[in-house]
Every structure is written in C-alpha cells, then in structure tokens.
Design a protein around this ligand. Structure first.
Ligand SMILES: NC(=O)C1=CN([C@@H]2O[C@H](COP(=O)(O)OP(=O)(O)OC[C@H]3O[C@@H](n4cnc5c(N)ncnc54)[C@H](O)[C@@H]3O)[C@@H](O)[C@H]2O)C=CC1
Ligand SMILES: NCCC[C@@H](N)C(=O)NCCCC[C@H](N)C(=O)O
Length: 259
C-alpha cells in the first residue's frame, strides 16, 4: 500500500478549506454536514488521543500533527501522546480519551472508547468521497463512475450501490472487477466506451487514470487517490469540480463514523 509522505501533508489546512469550499459549491453542503448525513451522528468536543506508531516504515514526521490539526478543525480536543505504541496507547486511555486515532502501515483506525465503535480510514474515505460525488448538484443522471476497486474504491462503490445509483466501475485487475460485479452488482465499464459521467470517484495510486471519454462537460471528480488521477489538461478543458486532498476528509469521516 502506498504510504503518505511528509510532502503530501504540507499546507493541509489550506487544502481542507479549499476543498470544503469546492464541496459546498458542488453539493450545497460542507464536509461536516455530509458526514452527519452519512452516519446520523454529531460531534460534541470529544477528547481525541493521537498515538504515533513506530512499526513498519515508522513514524511519518507530520502525520500525528496533521491529525491534531484535523481534530481541532472540527472542534475536538486533540492530544498527541508523549510516547508511541503501547506506552502511548496506555497514556491516551489513562488520560480519558474518548476516541483513539492510530495507524500502522496497513490499517489506520478510529476507536471510540465509550461506545466501542471502530472504523478504518480506507472504508471511511471510500464512503465519504463517494457520498460527495453522489451529491453533485449538476449531475445529469444517476450514473456514476468508480475508477479503482481496491480497499477505498470498493467501499465507495458499495456505498453508492446501497444509495441506488447506477454504479459503473473500472479496474484493470480482472479478478477485482469480477468480484465487485458479483458481490455489488456494479456494471463493468469499458474505457473504450463513449459513456461520459457527471460524477466520478477515483481511488487509485496512479496518475492520469481519468480519460477525456469518461467525463461529461460539467463533472464532479471526487478523488482520494494519490497522486491525482485527473490530467491537468482535462481539468482545464471541461468544467470540472475537483475534490482531492490526502487525509482530512477521510479522517473527518472516521470520527463521525464512531460517534
Ligand atoms: N486521501 C485520503 O484520505 C486517502 C487516500 N488513499 C489513497 O487512495 C488510493 C487507493 O487506496 P487503496 O484503495 O488502499 O489502494 P489499493 O491498492 O487497495 O487499490 C487500488 C486499486 O486501483 C486499481 N488501479 C490501478 N490503476 C488503475 C487504473 N488506471 N484504472 C483503474 N483502476 C486502477 C488497482 O488495480 C487496485 O485495485 C491510494 O493512492 C491511497 O494512497 C487511501 C486512503 C485515504
Ligand atoms: N490518507 C490516509 C492514508 C494512510 C495510508 N495511505 C498511510 O500512509 N498509512 C501509513 C500511516 C503511518 C503512520 C505512522 N505509523 C505514524 O504513526 O506516524
């Protein structure tokens, strides 16, 4: 799995503000409203313990501080533990954290110590970016395209199927595509088709995954994928609203998911 780099996390608050404005313009709602709608939950200044984890590739220098920025942006009482790993977890629980945030190289979780709920970043990211795409005010139909059916894209496609959208999906991994067709009932999309979409969810670790034949004149591209899958020239040529940032929207979704 592709890991975040410190460079990905630079200027996070600016990225969040910019994306929140785009989301408000494109859907009429902000990130907090969208998360409340998805999970029917609200926040109330909860205490969040952020535990750095040294396993695998180890600590990403600005990952925990980025999580702190996010918790504060949503009015929560965030705190990074002095120690990492088990000692840090013990510290967070002993200081009465309501929610614990911690990530190794494979799974990033939010765990609510009060109600026992637990959520993963990849599922919550897929769900929230899918929800954003699905609320596009200028959508021309209920057709929506999902590019990439991995851990994030599969969760997003599943959420869209549950919301009764006509979910088309593409993934070069034939097995992955067939599994999603069988389990979710998605419609396999052929990139050679001339079927243009006004709502696109892109969740791949590759650039230039979105081609001109996929996007309608006016389109919302909602993509957690790093790097961005939308080529610059297509973004300029069409009237495309682009929602893309490396961490914050997914973390907001995790927190609302465990309330
Ligand atoms: N912005 C955020 O908050 C978050 C971003 N991510 C990023 O989202 C991306 C996806 O993450 P995962 O689902 O965990 O990865 P994954 O590796 O589980 O899935 C990626 C999928 O994309 C497919 N793919 C690759 N090239 C493609 C193409 N050209 N067209 C269509 N499908 C293609 C692969 O076959 C694979 O099934 C990664 O870049 C990851 O870093 C992940 C979590 C949160
Ligand atoms: N957008 C969220 C996606 C996260 C995931 N692609 C990742 O980089 N995970 C590694 C996080 C490692 C954190 C590290 N253990 C620390 O605690 O600093």
């Amino acid at each position: 799995m592709a890991l975040l780099t410190p460079q990905d996390l630079e200027g996070l608050t600016k990225q969040l503000e910019y994306n929140n404005n785009t989301i408000k313009k494109a859907t009429g709602m902000d990130i907090a409203d969208i998360c409340k709608q998805i999970y029917s939950t609200t926040l109330d200044g909860e205490k969040v313990g952020i535990v750095p984890i040294t396993s695998g590739n180890g600590i990403i220098s600005n990952f925990s501080s980025s999580l702190l920025t996010i918790t504060e942006y949503f009015g929560l009482d965030g705190d990074i533990t002095e120690h990492p790993d088990v000692t840090g977890y013990y510290e967070a629980v002993s200081s009465d954290a309501d929610i614990i945030l911690m990530a190794d190289d494979h799974i990033f979780i939010a765990h609510n110590m009060r109600n026992g709920k637990i959520a993963t970043n990849h599922v919550c990211t897929g769900v929230v970016y899918a929800e954003i795409a699905s609320r596009y005010k200028y959508a021309d139909s209920k057709d929506i395209l999902v590019i990439g059916l991995g851990r994030v894209g599969y969760a997003g496609a599943q959420h869209l199927v549950k919301k009764d959208f006509d979910v088309y999906a593409y993934d070069p991994n034939r097995e992955t595509l067939e599994k999603a067709r069988k389990e979710l009932g998605i419609i396999p999309y052929d990139p050679e088709e001339k079927h243009k979409f006004s709502m696109v969810l892109e969740a791949t670790p590759n650039p230039n995954t979105i081609s001109e034949g996929m996007v309608a004149e006016r389109c919302l591209v909602s993509t957690p994928g790093i790097p961005c899958g939308l080529p610059e020239d297509i973004g300029k040529k069409n009237e495309i609203d682009l929602v893309m940032e490396p961490l914050m929207i997914g973390v907001a979704s995790m927190i609302y998911a465990v309330m």
